[in-house]
Design a protein around this ligand. Sequence first.
Ligand SMILES: NC(=O)c1ccc[n+]([C@@H]2O[C@H](COP(=O)([O-])OP(=O)(O)OC[C@H]3O[C@@H](n4cnc5c(N)ncnc54)[C@H](OP(=O)(O)O)[C@@H]3O)[C@@H](O)[C@H]2O)c1
Length: 281
Amino acid sequence: MHGQMPTQPTTRPVVLVTGASSGIGRATAQRYLGRGGVVVLLVGRRIDALRETVDMARLGPGAEAHVLVHDLAEPGQTAALAKQVRELHGRLDVLVNNAGVGSQLTFEDSSGADDIDRLLDTNLRAPIHLMHDLFELLSASGGAVVNVSSVAGLVGTPDSPVYSATKWGLTGVSEALHVRWKPTGVHVACVQPGPVPTPGWPNHHLMGSWIGRRLTASADDIARAIVRAGDRQGPAFVTRPRAFGAIHVARAAAPGLLRTMLQRVRSGTGSGRLVEHSGRD
Ligand SMILES: NC(=O)c1ccc[n+]([C@@H]2O[C@H](COP(=O)([O-])OP(=O)(O)OC[C@H]3O[C@@H](n4cnc5c(N)ncnc54)[C@H](OP(=O)(O)O)[C@@H]3O)[C@@H](O)[C@H]2O)c1
């Protein structure tokens, strides 16, 4: 089902996935739709790509999909989305804050101020506002939030400092609200992927080597982790592939060594090399 339907209460759980038109968000929305007995609200800017997500999905019995077109980086769009969610079924069980973008500019690029704001707005402001605006619905259902951060939210990535800042911010607000909302019954989880080949982040440079492939996860691996986290299975903070969990140990045991390793990796790539992409198909 595409487009907005009149308000009608539902006994089925309602799941909202931002960035459902591509990559990890598409795989997550399709995984929920495949389960059946669920209403999935798919959010993105490109209606055709959102429709394609639904068309390509295997719909389980009783699965219902709604495509909601919003540019979450635009002022007022998160509030408009929250209003639409309230009006649609008056219920929300899982909020997956997945939409995110990288940058194609170097941090020092003199024309990059708007780009910095775009990253902050999409990756950090929008998920925080959605959690704020949808808290009432989530607490009424005893629901869950899954924030899609990154290993760049565990370690400062020299090639993408603003992206890294947004993901540290998302990790931080996830931890704070995980504790703050526990007494309310709302579960807040955070999934921190390493490299995942997607249209936005093809990660071509890793796919050419054996070790590179071992250090990547598929969009479906991450979708599985997101759905598990939304079901409150396993730990609330999940890093995939698991090998990147070593960052936690390295930061605690030898933070200076961690920074030296980052410097080495950066020297190895050459200062002009970028590993981020714009998030477009
Ligand atoms: N792939 C990786 O290596 C990797 C690693 C760690 C973390 N992550 C995180 O995983 C999440 C998903 O990334 P992905 O790899 O699946 O990237 P992707 O294939 O580029 O998908 C990004 C999604 O975000 C949506 N989006 C971007 N800007 C938006 C906006 N202003 N308003 C609404 N939706 C917007 C896009 O939809 P439209 O274009 O239709 O708007 C698209 O559906 C991101 O938060 C990313 O930071 C990815």
